[in-house]
Design a protein around this ligand. Structure first.
Ligand code: NI
Length: 187
């Protein structure tokens, strides 16, 4: 089932999400819906708060980037209750997009390397290291479960310059090819 994606301006995107218990009802179905929703929107990552559920879960599929790095083909995963335990390496700039911000892209600095602990879909604990684009995507999605969105990572000056653009996103005066919910859209 395709879920509507919540646009910037909704408090759920600014809320630190809660941990998912092992017996969370219909978790498998929710994960399936997350992937389906991400694919139909042509995204490479999607976090649960972006579909209105304040839970520590995100999905990624980096295969659209595999021409840049062949190992990205295998990065199709769900991260449950993730914790980034370490970040290191030089901060580098990448032009990021986000399904909650249609028509907006921003250059964001992030460290090159991370180590992350999480539970997989079978609630097995995993610990892995990532670099490059995969570390980039994972850090972006991890921010979502922490209640941080990409415009929180740009300078206050830059944020002021795009204030109207952001307001238009919140009001739904923006084009998206996928179902969305806009907090200030007039019915
Ligand atoms: Ni995002």
């Amino acid at each position: 089932m395709i879920l509507p994606i919540i646009a910037y301006g909704d408090p759920v995107l600014k809320t630190k999400a809660r941990e998912i218990p092992r017996d969370y009802p219909n978790l498998g179905e929710f994960i399936q819906n997350m992937f389906e929703t991400m694919y139909q929107a042509n995204g490479v990552g999607l976090a649960a708060p972006q579909v209105g559920r304040s839970l520590r879960l995100f999905v990624v599929d980096a295969s659209p980037f595999d021409d840049e790095d062949p190992k990205l083909k295998d990065l199709k995963k769900v991260f449950i209750n993730p914790v980034i335990v370490e970040k290191w390496g030089e901060e580098w700039l990448f032009n990021e997009g986000c399904l909650s911000f249609p028509d907006l892209r921003e250059d964001i600095y992030r460290p090159s390397n991370i180590r992350i602990k999480y539970h997989d879909e079978n609630f097995q604990l995993q610990e892995e290291e990532y670099d490059g684009i995969s570390a980039r995507i994972i850090q972006h999605e991890y921010d979502h479960v922490e209640g941080i969105v990409m415009v929180d990572r740009i300078s206050p000056l830059k944020r002021r310059l795009i204030r109207n653009k952001l307001l238009n996103i919140t009001k739904g005066k923006v084009h998206a090819d996928y179902p969305m919910k806009f907090p200030l859209k007039k019915k």
